[in-house]
Design a binder for this molecule. Structure first.
Ligand code: G3P
Length: 217
């Protein structure tokens, strides 16, 4: 499973990259605003800065909600850097834009996906990635992981190449469960990724090894 980090924070991206297990970055307008990145020029520069920090795909979201606007913005974003993936919302105009970019050989990430039917449409339109938001479903008493399972089933039935990118991942067990049910990618915060390191028996075991080594010397 590929690991993407879901942030626009350059320090956190650097830290995840230094671990050596990072495959890409996802951003969205809220994450950019959270880092205080505003204004078109700064936002564009920030995407380039992120691309220069990592080796993999970097999702950059369009703001337009009409087909022509999404195409114009998406083409400009894609021209910024070869690692840019154009993030398109799951709306009617977005489906048309996904098909346009797929035909043009530009990578896309279909965002704000909350149902299997939406994921089926995104795959048919040729999206590179589909982003079901599992944490936001969990917030609404709906099992986000069940959606990942259902999309996996449908995509496997027809060998769709669209990759399932589990998004709105909030904690470490989301990552583990996404891996168990076959999500292709997960995007989550650094805390959830680093949480995979934790086990008290590892800490206890290491402390004992080091203490025993000291005794013998
Ligand atoms: O990747 C989508 C993500 O940014 C949404 O996460 O935690 O705002 O639901 P969250």
């Amino acid at each position: 499973m590929k690991f993407f980090i879901d942030t626009a924070n350059l320090d956190q991206i650097r830290e995840a990259e230094a671990l050596g297990v990072l495959d890409g970055v996802t951003t969205n307008p809220s994450l950019m605003a959270k880092e205080g990145i505003t204004g078109e020029k700064n936002i564009i520069q920030h995407y380039v800065d992120i691309c220069e920090l990592v080796e993999g795909d970097v999702s950059a979201e369009v703001i337009a909600v009409d087909f022509e606007g999404m195409v114009k913005e998406g083409e400009a974003l894609a021209a910024l850097h070869p690692q840019i993936v154009v993030k398109i919302p799951m709306i009617e105009e977005g489906i048309k834009a996904l098909k346009y970019f797929s035909d043009a050989g530009i990578k896309t990430n279909c965002t704000l996906v909350f149902s299997t039917g939406q994921a089926l449409l995104a795959a048919k339109a040729g999206a590179t990635y589909v982003s079901p938001f599992i944490g936001r479903l969990d917030d609404n008493s709906t099992d986000g992981l069940e959606l990942i399972e259902d999309i996996r089933l449908v995509y496997d039935n027809y060998a769709y190449e669209t990759e399932i990118l589990a998004a709105s991942v909030r904690h470490t067990m989301h990552i583990v469960n996404c891996a168990k049910i076959g999500a292709d990618v997960m995007t989550g915060p650094l805390s959830a990724i680093k949480g995979l390191l934790n086990h008290p028996l590892t800490d206890i075991g290491l402390a004992k090894f080091l203490a025993d080594h000291k005794k013998g010397n």
